[in-house]
Design a protein around this ligand. Structure first.
Ligand SMILES: O=C(O)CCC(=O)C(=O)O
Ligand SMILES: [Fe+2]
Length: 187
């Protein structure tokens, strides 16, 4: 399968013990139930309906555990700016996210999503040509969307209970993703 320009995928970004301790802090933190899946917002609250962010949505600096992951992304050269916003998403088997391009006026050009728990397919569709690609996100990996992969391809996770990986059906379990971004504040 051809790759997507300006998409970086790194396996074993986290060690199993880092993954376990991140899941532990996330699960000890309050979840928001306003979507079909549970989420947590750090740094800035994002309004999915209005698709906007401004200073009034500032929640405070990232907590230490999230700032630690943000600086790992920065130190490994995966981000040009230190991320200042994090959304945690929880997907139970059968849950997904519909195809979208992350809000252009809200966030900078680099978005990184770390997978904790279950692996899953992330499906990409080119906004103009409709071309399709799939990247299987392994547990403890990070996928970084930048430039073309961030702006010209929609990404989605199908709401199903298994994926076919290298010809084999893999059942999904609970997946928690950590998506780091930089907020663009209006001028
Ligand atoms: O769960 C993921 O890895 C992606 C989440 C996502 O695309 C989003 O929150 O915009
Ligand atoms: Fe997204």
């Amino acid at each position: 399968m051809e790759s997507i320009p300006q998409l970086t995928y790194v396996e074993n970004f986290l060690s199993p013990s880092q993954e376990a301790s991140l899941l532990e802090v996330v699960d000890a933190s309050p979840w928001l139930d306003d979507l079909k899946r549970r989420v947590q917002h750090y740094g800035f609250k994002y309004d999915y309906k209005a698709r906007r962010i401004d200073e009034s949505m500032f929640l405070g600096p990232l907590p230490d555990w999230a700032a630690g992951v943000a600086s790992m992304l920065d130190q490994q050269g995966l981000f040009r700016l230190l991320p200042d916003q994090l959304i945690v998403n929880e997907y139970l088997p059968g849950q997904g996210i519909s195809a979208h391009v992350d809000c252009e006026p809200c966030f900078h050009d680099t978005i990184a999503s770390i997978t904790l728990g279950s692996s899953c397919d992330m499906d990409f569709t080119h906004v103009d040509t409709g071309e399709k690609r799939t990247v299987h996100l392994q547990s403890r990996s990070v996928i970084v969307l930048h430039g073309e992969s961030r702006y010209l391809w929609k990404h989605a996770i199908a709401g199903r209970k298994s994926d076919v990986v290298d010809g084999k059906r893999v059942l999904r379990t609970r997946r928690v993703s950590l998506t780091f971004r930089n907020v663009l504040l209006g001028s």
